[in-house]
Ligand binder design. Structure first.
Ligand code: FES
Length: 249
């Protein structure tokens, strides 16, 4: 479907926030934290590039949903040229969601991985659950989501690799303090491996939100498969949220 762009704003050197308006309450009500969308990076009049990009649903506010994205290549660069008032083609909501049956959560976001966990942290906190977020980046200028995290008063510990903001070091260095929570992590694969290993060592229930390359986003191309203890699974349909003890990274 095509939706009107409310804003497509630069947040930091490489990160942007794309917000679209969805005047369809039924569709908005279907969105669950942890799900993603396939967002076209070509205008509705053009089909180049043909493939949409998978983006985690970062936030839902009234009739607006937003995505936080980092410019990596041609597709995301093209997305930055989209202007307020233009239309963008978005397929959503896709994939499974973050389990919501627990009372105490630790969300672990490495860099742009904040896009995969922020909505759950916000929603669960508003539902009265005990939520803490570990948010890590290279340095202060890359902490693109910090203003939104502060707006929603999410209890957060921030890490920067160069020590320019918050604690100095990797986000994974703060894990052992939070053994009494369910962990939900999203970020680069080396970070997810470290989180998985620590969770296994400390016997903590842990889920990973995997950000795999995707072509179709709906289970047809098998381009996004991940190896698990019960065979290969499609990240776009059986994921993107996997039990860390089942996924083989
Ligand atoms: Fe095509 Fe997942 S992206 S099957």
């Amino acid at each position: 479907m095509n939706f009107k762009i409310v804003e497509n704003r630069k947040l930091s050197e490489k990160d942007f926030l794309l917000t679209v308006e969805i005047n369809d309450r039924k569709l908005l009500n279907k969105i669950k934290p942890g799900q993603f969308a396939m967002v076209s990076v070509s205008s509705p009049q053009s089909f180049d590039p043909l493939l949409k990009r998978p983006l985690g649903i970062f936030n839902v506010e009234e009739n607006n949903i937003s995505f936080i994205y980092r410019v990596y290549g041609r597709g995301t660069k093209l997305l930055t040229t989209f202007k307020k008032g233009e239309q963008v083609s978005v397929l959503l909501p896709l994939g499974n969601s973050i389990p919501d049956q627990f009372d105490r959560y630790l969300f672990i976001a490495g860099g742009i991985g904040i896009g995969g966990v922020f909505l759950a942290a916000k929603t669960f906190l508003q539902a009265g659950k005990d939520v803490h977020l570990l948010y890590g980046e290279k340095s202060k200028e890359n902490l693109s989501a910090l203003p939104v995290i502060e707006k929603y008063k999410i209890p957060t510990t921030t890490f920067t690799e160069d020590g320019s903001y918050g604690k100095k070091g990797f986000v994974t260095e703060g894990l052992s303090e939070f053994k009494d929570r369910v962990w939900i992590a999203c970020g680069p694969i080396p970070m997810l491996k470290a989180v998985k290993e620590t969770a296994e060592k400390l016997k903590v229930k842990c889920f990973l939100s995997l950000d795999m390359r995707m072509a179709c986003g709906v289970g047809a191309c098998l381009g996004c498969v991940v190896k698990t203890t019960s065979g290969y699974k499609r990240c776009c349909v059986e994921g993107p949220i996997f039990d860390a003890s089942e996924v083989l990274l």
